[in-house]
Design a protein around this ligand. Sequence first.
Ligand code: UGA
Length: 431
Amino acid sequence: MKLCMIGTGYVGLVSGVCFADLGNDVICVDKNIDKINNLSNGKIPIYEPGLSELVIKNFKNKKLKFSTNLKKSVKESDIIFICVGTPTKKDGSSADLSQIFNVSKEISSSINKFKIIVTKSTVPVTTGDQIEKIFLKKNNRKNFAIISNPEFLREGEAIRDFIYPDRIVVGSNDKRSSRILKNLYSPLISKGASYLHTSRRAAELIKYASNSFLATKITFINEMANLCEKIGVNIEDISIGMGLDKRIGSRFLRAGPAYGGSCFPKDTKAITSTADKFKTNLSVVKSVIKSNENRSTLLLNRVYEILNKKIKNKTITFLGVTFKANTDDMRDSSSLKMIPALSKKGAKIKYFDPTGYKKEFSKIKNVFNSLSIKDSLQGSDLVIIHTEWNDFKSINFKSLYKGKKFIIYDMRNIYSPKKIKEQGFRYYSIG
Ligand code: UGA
């Protein structure tokens, strides 16, 4: 099939290249000329394992093209996927849909025959209805169908998540388009993905409900970890014990720093804001947002306790600063709150992240990027394992310290407390 992806962010680029790899002809459109030029030269703007190879392969065999010309690309395609960003509005609550509506207007004035328009971006319930109104201003109802097909891929696992999804959700009120979409996804369905057809509004809500539920699960286990710390119980035992109940499931029960990234913080806020508009109080999600926002302060207080409240002139190492492993994404990472707070209290911060230097800390006093784990540990008083990169999972700390031993605060519970303590280090973990 001939597909057009509008927006070459995470969702647009990953799904575009995966659709191309499945044999479709895909044009990825973005208004950012530099980005399109770079992509055409095999330069990928994001760090995502396996993505670069797949882009180069499909670009070379001409299944994947890049363009800044939206009109032409729309005309040449059968299905148009809207994959632009829906960030949180400046007022801090609802989703900013300006990009969605702007591209909808452009597409609606570019269509020359029947087109299926699919929103893959995460959009609040009823957005599809609003897009339809935009299209009706310029087009006959028979010339288009607006469908919701939310994407559930995770950063760092994006390609695998796209190719082996748990489910594919298609929300549409148009039978013909639903059939075409099911056909497009048939290679994934035949590999075991469940296919769910719903109304358009339901598909939009499934995405927000799923992200909010996962955020709730993480926040729940983080709060349980707080309790475990008070009563001397290991949170890992609680996660395993709960996870063995099939009704609960073991995934997303890893206690850690506050959840971050470009999705959970934004989507939990957006769904409560949508619900407020419909005069429904999503009190559970609201307390999840609050609890998560307080979590960095809670963990910082723990850092102060560990260092006996003497932060000034201490050297603190962060291993990993991104919001999770296998990504270079810093959006809403808890390190963005912790590092400036520690620097303000007079600490010197060294950080090492496998994805390198972070401009986010360039203006923060006494924050230094280290080029290796070894360098980051030299002279450190406290080592905070902030992100669960594989690179940090088997460090021989004993061979890397000189003089005074540092304290280790493992915020991802990577290490066995017993083994680290046997090596003579003071070790703290979560829960
Ligand atoms: C999330 C969802 O998992 C995807 O299904 C969804 O498609 C995506 O948002 C989106 O809406 O685009 P992502 O933000 O890439 O994916 O990252 P996750 O793997 O979900 O992690 C989010 C945060 O939760 C991270 O800070 C991670 O460290 C934290 N987390 C995750 C935990 O603290 N504990 C866990 O057990 C799992």
